[in-house]
Design a protein around this ligand. Structure first.
Ligand code: C2E
Ligand code: MG
Ligand code: MG
Length: 683
């Protein structure tokens, strides 16, 4: 049978949700219906007893008992039973649904039987058939039936009723009414009515009326079923969507393990529960070192597979503990400290199984709340564990680090930096130090690198190694870079106005500057405001910046170069994709990372590598610059292989502008003749 027909008849397979929905609807209807039944039947019982006691009943009580009283009692009892079932169900105490269904059927059968029986009696007395109709309404319209069941119940009861009243003698009271209205004697009227009913049964009007009522009741029944079904399906769908949303709100979509929303709320509950043995609790933060390169090399698909495997590994290793994905390739675990180090060591070995050409490693930071700590905030605890983990990044031999006093101090400094960057800028704590860049031909200064320093009243002079990464992590770096741009422009203007020598300054731009603000616009605006010629400002972009935000960076670089500024590639050779970078971008100056000079005297490979890089810059029409030059030997070699420029402690450390001027005026350093400025109009 077609699915459509089955669904029309209500004999299609229904989900548990829909079945429950129907059951609930019927239980709710039961409450109203049973209350009506209880009140009505109680009234009927009292009324009948009253009539009997006051002697108003013409026949023996046994007649009324079997024909009426017994039904009143049965209806009353089934009504009470139904009410009890409905209440139990609402309170969630009805263990078996079939009990409710059975009571419903018992009630329905009694109702319908009573309705049919009483109404046949009424019909013969010339009274209405309201009891029959009331009971049909009760049972067929207030309960929700499957259409086929409803059709059968209705047709059966109507059938029995019509069959019964079709065959019986004309109504007892009707002939007297007829004899009064006509000139017939009562006997003649009786005979006439009897003749009519015997020959034609029910009158045509009654047949039509009964058919119409049957049909209307059936239609109400079907429409109630369909409405309830539509609502049930809608609710079921909503429930499914809700369940899905609930699932993704606590589970990480990619790895299937819990997410941080779940972790935080569960950790809070757990910590509130654990009152003893608190110093055995540990928050672990895991990071897959070099995951970024793994992803780049093998693609997202492989990267995701690795994340799933690591998540699985962590769940297995820390069974019974709270394991969640923190973000990207980071995971957190809340577990017992005892024995966790051994597990981490094992995990670290296991992760090497997934290693291909890219060296990946598992790093773990741990935070052990102090036993004196009354309230532990899981977010802060994770932050500290993360901090401990980040502190061993690039320490190849170390896998595990506990957050300790030294880290605590560093963590506080980190918080201090994040909270005070605005104040530091406002109060001029951010200073520019300049480090000369010299021409290898004559050691004259042909450039200055602007390097930020934070002169703090509490912490003293902070080098950029401490605050740059933190500001980048908290997306505040553009504030610092804007501050440096302005100071450099101001320093140039002052030098130009006073006719002091000043060389082109290269500024370090963070990769995030291009995302966080329109840094090119800001830079060009300041240059214009302080009237700084284009050749006095250069932009350094580190190699690592080129791996993400490629479009943004490429268009910014293009804008800068079109407007006459030079763009340098900083730290060349410190990352993974150096040569590709040279293919995809056009740089004016290539700054060779100081790493190449670190093994200068004892690593014989250093020299040919440097030689080849310099050759490459020549072929690609770039200026070469090597940073970190500390010895005369290094300088001479660079000069010999044709490296154009050099920068390093051999010539000068980064110094404030005043010190630089002093050294220039003393003759320690001299600026290339090209860059000896003359006073120009102030901006
Ligand atoms: P960088 O741009 O590669 O700067 C060169 C770093 O090497 C400077 O460190 C400098 O002091 C140091 N250096 C120069 N010559 C030598 C040498 O001969 N030997 C040794 N060992 N080191 C030398 P610094 O000033 O600590 O800056 C570190 C990094 O911080 C910079 O590396 C740059 O990436 C970043 N940075 C500095 N200032 C800023 C800034 O204003 N904005 C941004 N976004 N980053 C900055
Ligand atoms: Mg630099
Ligand atoms: Mg550099």
């Amino acid at each position: 049978m077609g699915q459509r027909i089955k669904s029309w008849l209500g004999i299609d397979k229904q989900s548990d949700y829909v079945k429950n929905y129907f059951f609930n609807a019927n239980m709710r209807s039961s409450i109203y219906m049973s209350v009506i039944v209880i009140v009505l039947e109680s009234y009927m019982i009292v009324r009948m007893l009253n009539q009997w006691f006051s002697g108003q009943l013409p026949k023996a009580f046994s007649y009324y008992f079997t024909n009426y009283f017994l039904y009143y009692i049965m209806l009353l009892v089934s009504g009470i039973l139904m009410l009890v079932c409905a209440f139990l169900h609402i309170r969630g105490k009805l263990k078996h649904q079939w009990v409710g269904t059975l009571v419903k059927w018992i009630f329905a059968v009694i109702c319908l039987y009573f309705g049919v029986r009483i109404s046949i009696g009424d019909y013969t007395k010339g009274e209405q058939i309201l009891t029959f109709l009331t009971m049909e309404m009760f049972v067929c319209c207030l309960f929700v039936w499957r259409p086929l069941v409803g059709f059968l119940v209705l047709t059966l009861t109507y059938g029995i009723y019509i069959y019964k009243i079709s065959g019986i003698a004309p109504v007892s009271g009707a002939y007297s009414v007829l004899s009064k209205l006509s000139e017939l004697t009562p006997e003649e009227a009786y005979e006439k009515l009897q003749a009519v009913t015997q020959t034609s049964g029910l009158s045509q009007a009654t047949q039509i009326n009964l058919f119409t009522i049957w049909l209307s009741t059936l239609l109400i029944l079907i429409s109630r079923y369909r409405q309830t079904m539509a609502q049930a399906k809608k609710d079921e769908h909503l429930e499914e969507v809700n369940a899905y949303l609930n699932e993704i709100s606590v589970n990480d979509e990619l790895t299937g393990i819990h997410n941080m929303v779940f972790f935080r709320s569960e950790a809070e509950k757990l910590l509130a529960y654990v009152t003893t043995d608190r110093d055995n609790i540990v928050f672990l933060y895991f990071d897959i070192e070099n995951f970024k390169y793994y992803n780049e090399k093998y693609g997202f698909h492989e990267g995701n597979a690795l994340l799933r495997q690591v998540a699985q590994m962590l769940e297995e290793a820390f069974q019974g503990s709270l394991v969640s994905r923190f973000s990207d390739d980071h995971f957190v675990v809340l577990t017992r400290y005892d024995g966790c180090e051994a597990i981490i060591r094992k995990l670290s070995h296991r992760i090497h199984e997934f290693q291909k050409e890219v060296h990946i490693d598992l790093k773990c930071g741990a935070y052990r709340p102090l036993s004196t700590e009354k309230e532990i905030d899981p977010s802060v605890a994770c932050d500290r564990a993360r901090f401990a983990c980040n502190s061993i990044k690039k320490h190849y031999e170390q896998t595990f680090q506990v957050y300790d006093k030294t880290l605590e101090d560093r963590f506080r400094l980190k918080q201090y930096i994040i909270n005070n960057i605005d104040t530091a800028i406002e109060n001029n704590y951010i200073k520019v130090f300049y480090q000369p860049v010299v021409d290898t031909a004559d050691k004259s200064i042909v450039g200055l690198e602007a390097l930020a320093r934070w002169q703090d009243p509490n912490y003293g002079l902070l080098p950029p190694g401490i605050f740059i990464e933190i500001l980048e992590e908290h997306r505040q770096i553009h504030k610092l870079d804007q501050c440096i741009i302005e100071q450099v422009c101001r320093d140039y203007r002052e030098a130009a106005d006073k006719g002091l020598p000043f060389a082109p300054v290269s500024l370090n731009f963070s990769r995030l500057d291009f995302e966080l603000c329109d840094i090119v616009d800001y830079f060009e605006g300041k240059a214009k405001a302080y009237n700084v010629p284009q050749e006095y400002l250069d932009v350094e972009i580190t190699e690592s910046a080129l791996t993400d935000q490629q479009n943004l960076l490429q268009s910014a670089m293009k804008r800068l170069q079109q407007d006459g500024y030079k763009v340098w590639l900083d730290d060349f050779g410190s990352g993974y994709s150096s040569l590709n970078v040279l293919k995809d971008y056009q740089f004016d100056v290539l700054k060779i990372d100081m790493k190449f000079l670190s093994g200068f005297s004892n690593n014989e490979k250093t020299r040919p590598i440097l030689q080849n890089i310099v050759n490459l810059t020549q072929q690609l029409h770039m200026t070469s610059l090597t940073e970190g030059v500390e010895t005369q030997e290094q300088f001479e070699f660079l000069s010999k292989i044709g490296c154009n420029r050099a920068q390093g402690y051999l010539f000068s450390k980064p110094v404030p502008i005043g010190d630089l001027r002093e050294r220039i005026s003393k003759g320690d350093l001299h600026v290339s003749d090209k860059y000896v400025t003359h006073p120009t109009a102030t901006a």
